[in-house]
Design a protein around this ligand. Structure first.
Ligand code: NAP
Length: 275
């Protein structure tokens, strides 16, 4: 039986074992997928021991995505752009490959699952941490008319733009939003919702047709979701779909087949609401 794991610290909350067990059932394979809690000081040793022991692949969550990028022998373009790895794969020659499936997960959820067009649209990405870095290239690849990245610490947003084609990204602090037209799609990639807070986005950024997406998720919706509803946004979404889609992309990298996700997304939403 092939072995997989998710590394994090803490990791007890991770839904990845549940999701991958359903992918395995849906694609008719049997595999073992477990949580491994590794403190930062032990992360590299734990990963190397896992792969030396025959592990086939691993997901990596907070706080290890940057460390995973540093330890991978081969870093694939999506991860190199993000500077962060969320998927490790054992290569036949014994090396470990690192990739990042977060951007694909977000875009598949927005475009394919929810029918949200990004090409030619005005898109606002809030945040400049690991998640924002992970999704930025995938958003750029959809060719939005405007891609604006704002962050509480403006230098981090500017650094993300500078590391790419800065001419295609408006980056800075929230003051950038003071005199701009409303956005078609607003994506919250900050950790504010985890504390029940919302980033200081001016109300005029949301129009009646806007789609608001929070990468975070919570039973009954996040604080950002509640704020977006209060601004009258047309569509308000949270990150459970992205969670399932980034996992599906990891599964595809490991097993060569992309599992179906619709039923699992519905079941995960129900699980979350049931607490
Ligand atoms: P991170 O690297 O720690 O970055 C945190 C970001 O949030 C930074 O931009 C930070 O701004 C900003 N921030 C934190 N508190 C804020 C507040 N009160 N007001 C405004 N901005 C605030 O975290 P991350 O890995 O990027 O994760 C961000 C979120 O994405 C988390 O909620 C995480 O659960 C979610 N996520 C979801 C998925 C999924 O599959 N659905 C995948 C990855 C991440 P500063 O730079 O100024 O500190």
């Amino acid at each position: 039986m092939d072995h997989y794991a998710v590394f994090g610290h803490p990791v007890a909350h991770s839904r990845s074992p549940w999701i991958h067990a359903r992918f395995a059932a849906a694609t008719g394979v049997s595999l073992r997928y477990r949580r491994i809690d590794a403190a930062p000081a032990c992360f590299e040793i734990a990963v190397r021991a896992f792969f030396a022991g025959g592990g086939h692949g691993a997901n990596v969550t907070l706080p290890h995505k940057h460390a995973a990028c540093a330890l991978a022998d081969v870093v694939l373009p999506r991860a190199r752009g993000a500077g962060a790895v969320n998927t490790l794969t054992a290569l036949p020659d014994g090396r470990i490959a690192g990739d990042n499936t977060d951007g694909t997960g977000l875009v598949v959820d927005l475009v394919d699952n929810h029918g949200v067009g990004l090409a030619g649209r005005r898109v606002l990405l809030i945040g400049a941490g690991g998640a924002a870095a992970g999704v930025l290239d995938a958003l750029l690849a959809t060719r939005p008319a405007v891609l604006c990245v704002v962050n509480r610490t403006p230098e981090r947003a500017r650094a993300l733009a500078t590391a790419r084609d800065a001419a295609r990204i408006d980056a800075g602090g929230f003051e950038l939003l003071e005199r701009v037209p409303a956005f078609d799609v607003v994506i919250n990639a900050t950790a504010a919702s985890l504390d029940g807070k919302t980033p200081p986005v001016p109300a005029h950024c949301i129009a009646a047709h806007s789609v608001c997406y929070d990468l975070a998720y919570a039973a009954g919706g996040t604080a950002f979701n509640a704020w977006a509803h209060a601004q009258g946004a047309a569509q308000v979404l949270q990150g459970t779909g992205m969670l399932v889609e980034q996992a599906a992309e990891s599964f595809r990298l490991w097993r060569g087949v992309r599992p179906p996700t619709a039923e699992i997304r519905t079941r995960l939403d129900r699980l979350l609401d049931a607490g």
